[in-house]
Design a protein around this ligand. Structure first.
Ligand code: FO1
Length: 311
């Protein structure tokens, strides 16, 4: 069985940790958002790719959800003295990944090629593919001014009134090698609990992706909104500011016409019939991924809902 996931950062990565326990890890492909990518101090950072790889490699700082467990920040302290940008916390070990990526891209490697080397170096069996090798940048309009997504999320701590979201470069971006094949060959396409606005929309906006997803039978999303808010990140704020209800029904609205199944949390059970009215079959379960057991249970439940059999 082949499983393809459309992934943002932490929520998707935690889901993948469970998924690779219930299916063969090498049968899973993660297509990862690159709209959050940013260049800082000349280094190319691909946060969602690293978050997914670090989780699958078992080396992530679980508490933060990003970076490497036990990492130190000595280089960052030294950078401060040199007046370099230090608002984005790059750990010493994490920096090696960004130096490696920047070095290879400057030598002419594509981001997808670098990512393939990276995941093998970290011993990850699951295929990890950036959504595109082209530059796409998620921009947020806050209080009348367009800023990079990381500026909004990290530097500004999601403060201010969001008036718009845009994906710079998306019109010209081509799917990275393997993206279309992974979607076409998938027995099931999963949208894990990622930010529907800034993590999944960019992937769906890449040429050809939305059409394949819309035509596929087995497409299941897990709601990242639980009890009216997100577990991590600004999905709730961004959905509200774009006029979507901050609920599983609002998430279903973002994915309308694309998903056939949806997993929602027990706390949101009242939304089940409302989402079923949108011709989306709903499964209700605990979606809070506290430990490996709950991650496995959620992955198993999600597969079962879409495939109709135990996995
Ligand atoms: N998120 C933060 O909130 N603060 C940080 O300083 C930060 C640094 C960072 C470094 C490397 C990396 O791969 C991710 C990092 N993140 C940080 C996470 C990242 O900003 C977001 O969680 C994702 O872009 C959204 O998925």
């Amino acid at each position: 069985m082949k499983v393809t996931c459309l992934c943002g950062g932490v929520g998707a990565a935690r889901f993948l940790q469970g998924l690779v326990q219930v299916v063969d890890p090498s049968s899973v492909t993660a297509i990862v958002n690159t709209g959050d990518d940013i260049e800082i101090n000349g280094l190319m950072i691909s946060p969602d790719i690293d978050i997914v790889i670090y989780h699958l490699a078992g080396i992530v700082d679980e508490e933060r959800g990003w970076g490497i467990k036990g990492d130190t920040f000595n280089c960052l302290k030294a950078m401060e003295k040199l007046n370099l940008e230090t608002w984005f916390k790059l750990g010493d070990m994490d920096l090696a990944t960004h130096i490696f990526r920047t070095h290879l891209v400057r030598k002419g490697f594509k981001l997808s090629e670098v990512t393939e080397i990276e995941r093998k170096a970290f011993g990850v069996a699951t295929k990890v593919i950036p959504m595109t090798d082209d530059k796409v940048t998620t921009m947020i309009k806050v209080d009348g001014k367009w800023v990079h997504f990381q500026d909004y999320m990290v530097k500004m701590a999601c403060q201010g009134i969001v008036e718009g979201v845009g994906f710079m470069g998306i019109e010209k971006a081509k799917p990275a090698p393997g993206v279309i094949e992974a979607l076409e060959e998938a027995d099931v396409i999963i949208i894990p609990p990622s930010n529907p606005i800034v993590s999944i929309r960019p992937i769906l906006s890449i040429e050809g992706v939305k059409d394949i997803v819309a035509k596929a039978e087995k497409v299941v999303a897990v709601s990242p909104i639980v009890g009216g808010k997100t577990i991590k990140g600004p999905a709730d704020k961004l959905m509200a500011s774009l006029g979507f209800e901050v609920s599983p029904r609002g998430v279903a609205e973002v994915y309308r016409g694309l998903i056939k199944y949806m997993v929602i949390d027990e706390i949101d059970f009242v939304y089940a019939p409302l989402i079923e009215d949108m011709k989306i079959r709903v499964g209700v379960t605990n979606t809070i991924m506290k430990n490996l057991e709950s991650k496995k249970a959620l992955a198993s439940f999600t597969l079962k809902l879409a495939l109709g059999s135990s996995s």
